[in-house]
Design a protein around this ligand. Structure first.
Ligand SMILES: [Zn+2]
Ligand SMILES: [Zn+2]
Length: 367
């Protein structure tokens, strides 16, 4: 690719629920920067939320895998990659210098907090040069602070775009909850994130992983069994507390993770189904207060509550290894694939308002 004769096509979210294909010049790169040829991008719930509330135009999409198209000498040295290498990207663009970055918690670095104007892939204004800050594009700019992971050549792209959700699963289940042999884990919410928790908990050796959802998610509940869940609870027809008691001989769950998107009820139920000294992980925003919850239950059961978001370098590596191992049928998650022209449909489908039965919706910008 020569700078002079190529333009980059990207789907730009210009206003709420609208994207347009626009052309960008190929950026000039310094020794610290690079350019990624995007292979495939997974659509995330965060993309859908940003699509609905867009202010400044931007290129969405942050579950990105691709090949290094161009790279400056210093960036190549720091990232340990060269042109042609295949990589999975994290969305964060942390400063690398603050306390949080130094402690490895770079996902909490203010430099990459997009709610406060920080830089982040899939959520940075296109008016900030060079504009190519998202995955719904043929090429994505590699900022000097980008977090790059090498990706084996033989992993199918449609599975590799599950890296970041699965990394959250490993972060929460393995690194935070220390799930392992003998543990019972209950996952509430059979979306991408919940299924990732099932995979990670099973990969970590959990004895019993129980997936919980409603009748409207029955296909995903059934899919969770194919991905390794030991049991499912359909809360439309079954009493969750009774069923968990039954399945655990009254001991209840060591770890409960709530990744349901709407409603406070799963949160109060999580406290009810956690065992004595159990751990409750809250990992999905509710955008609402919880009117009635019994804080005394937290004391009487000596529960631990953790609010968790995102992944670390280590959990992303764990996710890549898990997918590359081929031990789990990750390909079952693929549901829809679109080209750049159909990014609107991809986002609507991921939101449950486009084509039916979305799970892992992906965009191939070269399709
Ligand atoms: Zn995401
Ligand atoms: Zn920082």
């Amino acid at each position: 690719m020569k700078n002079s004769d190529k333009r980059v096509l990207a789907a730009v979210a210009t206003e709420p629920l609208v994207t347009q294909i626009q052309e960008f010049p190929v950026p000039e790169l310094s020794a610290n920067e690079g350019l990624l040829k995007v292979e495939m991008v997974g659509v995330c719930g965060t993309d859908v939320a940003n699509y609905k509330h867009i202010s400044d135009p931007r290129i969405l999409g942050h579950h990105v895998v691709g090949h290094i198209e161009k790279i400056g000498a210093e960036a190549a040295k720091r990232w340990g990659v060269q042109e042609g290498d295949r990589v999975a990207m994290e969305e964060y663009l942390p400063c690398g210098q603050c306390d949080r970055c130094r402690e490895g918690l770079y996902r909490a670095c203010s430099f990459t907090d997009s709610r406060r104007g920080g830089l982040r892939y899939g959520n940075t204004s296109m008016h900030l040069k060079p504009g190519l800050w998202g995955g719904f594009s043929q090429y994505m700019y590699l900022h000097p602070n980008a977090v790059v992971h090498r990706l084996p050549k033989d992993v199918p792209a449609a599975e590799a775009v599950f890296t970041l959700p699965l990394a959250n699963g490993f972060e929460w289940m393995c690194l935070e909850a220390k799930v392992g042999v003998g543990k019972t884990v209950v996952v509430q919410g059979p979306g991408q994130q919940g299924l990732a928790c099932v995979l990670a908990a099973k990969a970590a050796g959990a004895d019993k992983v129980i997936m919980v959802g409603r009748q409207t998610s029955i296909r995903r509940l059934q899919l969770s069994m194919q991905l390794g869940a030991d049991a499912i609870v359909n809360t439309t027809t079954e009493n969750l507390v009774d069923r968990i008691a039954e399945m655990t001989d009254g001991k209840m769950a060591d770890v409960v993770v709530d990744v349901t998107s709407g409603g406070a009820e799963p949160v109060t139920q999580a406290f009810a189904i956690a065992k004595n000294r159990g751990l409750v992980i809250l990992a999905a925003y509710k955008y609402a207060k919880i009117p009635e919850w019994d804080s005394d239950l937290v004391l009487s059961k000596s529960l631990t509550i953790k609010g968790l978001r995102g992944h670390s370098y280590r959990s992303v590596e764990m996710a890549i290894q898990c997918i590359a191992s081929g031990k789990f049928p990750v390909s079952l998650l693929q549901s829809h694939r679109y080209g750049l022209q159909d990014v609107d449909l991809a986002l609507r489908t991921a939101d449950g308002k486009g084509e039916p039965n979305p799970l892992l919706v992906a965009v191939n910008p070269w399709q």
